[in-house]
Design a protein around this ligand. Sequence first.
Ligand code: NAD
Length: 230
Amino acid sequence: MEKIVILTGAGISAESGISTFRDEGGLWAQHAIEDVATPEAFRRDPDLVHRFYNARRAQAAEVAPNAAHLALARLQERHRGEVVLVTQNVDALHEAAGSRAVLHMHGALAGALCARCEARWPAPMVMATRDACPICGAAATRPDIVWFGEMPYGMEAIWQHLEEADVFAAIGTSGNVYPAAAFAQHAGRAGAQTIELNLEASQNTRDFAETRLGRASVIVPEWVDAVLGN
Ligand code: NAD
């Protein structure tokens, strides 16, 4: 049975109203990445980092999944082989669309993490620097987000899935952020058919056997229909 591994990035959530990295005027554009999305930034100015992620959490709570998220949930439900969904996104739109077992390799806005004892719990809508960890009591709580320079979650399992994949699809990701940007090459070398679905060709477009360009809400449902043989 055909095993499909999918990687999604900010582009799949763009049409739901969540800005991508590069969108002008988006949340990211107002801050330099190194001021909000690194461990150093959190040490330097935890209030700023919490404000930034609180704003993103508030924005994420107001949006709904689009046709691309829904199509992938349909694929997971109807495909007879395994469908592994890995996302770089920290929103919960795949889950809202009905997807199961989503691997959030860069963490999730919905999670809180204690930097002292590594306990995890559901994040409140508004997090603050002085919040105490419910387990050890340390005022060391942070969003459960993988920042630049930190190790993404679940990598051992993800490399394994890529090696077993018959099909690898990357959707709405620019191919700028490693290790996710290396997945296509890894899966392709292990024998997978590789396809990129994106608004514009990604940085690593040459690693894919096939590229389809367009809006995720249009090209992802089309691709899913073709895979399911509709
Ligand atoms: P990116 O912003 O670097 O690239 C987005 C890609 O999506 C681009 O290649 C762009 O052409 C494409 N795109 C834009 N609109 C699209 C649409 N309507 N349909 C299809 N494709 C579209 O995003 P990335 O590659 O995911 O960057 C990785 C980092 O950004 C990750 O660390 C991720 O955690 C973070 N991020 C996440 C979110 C989110 O959770 N929704 C939002 C912004 C950034």
